[in-house]
Design a protein around this ligand. Structure first.
Ligand SMILES: CC(C)(COP(=O)(O)OP(=O)(O)OC[C@H]1O[C@@H](n2cnc3c(N)ncnc32)[C@H](O)[C@@H]1OP(=O)(O)O)[C@@H](O)C(=O)NCCC(=O)NCCS
Length: 159
């Protein structure tokens, strides 16, 4: 799918919150509100990327990350359920790698739920490797807590 990717501004926080809810549902009982996204992207080193379809301009994906010293952390990422498996996450990650490299980052970390098979496939495809586990990390409405897996990827000169 042809997409455009832009860096979100504070007024895009409602778009980020809507995409987050579409991608994750209200899993924790504490939805990420537009206000929460606005505060997040105002933090030092934080930024959000939004992907839109080139033709209709609808938002189809987002990625929020934080850069500090030589590390980047992916805070949240999602692709609209109707737009998946069209390389949108791959393109968002590529843009994030470029931003990270521009800021001097050499490695990227993220946490992913141990049962999030789609994301685990994506990150394996992107050559992330497991470096840790956080037992019972995620709380979900009406469900048992879920472990987080910590993944890491070094940034390459070719990224
Ligand atoms: C995980 C997610 C972001 C992937 O987005 P996407 O745009 O569909 O991913 P891409 O199209 O770039 O996938 C790239 C590769 O990752 C792997 N992959 C992605 N989703 C997969 C799936 N459901 N099953 C198997 N492999 C998958 C494949 O290797 C794929 O390449 P291919 O399509 O050529 O086989 C999306 O499924 C999503 O938003 N999930 C809900 C939110 C979420 O889990 N976010 C990440 C939390 S850390």
């Amino acid at each position: 799918m042809d997409i455009d990717i832009y860096v979100a501004k504070a007024f895009d926080s409602a778009v980020l919150a809507a995409l987050h809810t579409l991608c994750f549902g209200i899993e924790t009982g504490e939805p990420w509100t537009p206000e929460a996204f606005a505060q997040l992207i105002a933090m030092p080193g934080c930024a959000a990327l939004i992907a839109t379809g080139s033709e209709e301009n609808d938002p189809v994906g987002y990625l929020v990350f934080r850069a500090a010293a030589d590390e980047c952390e992916i805070i949240s990422m999602g692709v609209h359920p109707r737009a998946r498996r069209q390389s949108i996450a791959t393109q968002l990650l590529s843009r994030m790698y470029a931003c990270g490299r521009e800021n001097g980052a050499t490695r990227i970390f993220l946490e992913v739920a141990a049962d999030n098979i789609d994301a685990l496939f994506l990150y394996r495809n992107q050559r992330f490797t497991k470096v840790g586990e956080r037992p019972n990390y995620y709380t979900r409405l009406g469900a048992a807590r879920t472990d987080a897996i910590v993944l890491k990827r070094n940034l390459q000169a070719s990224d």
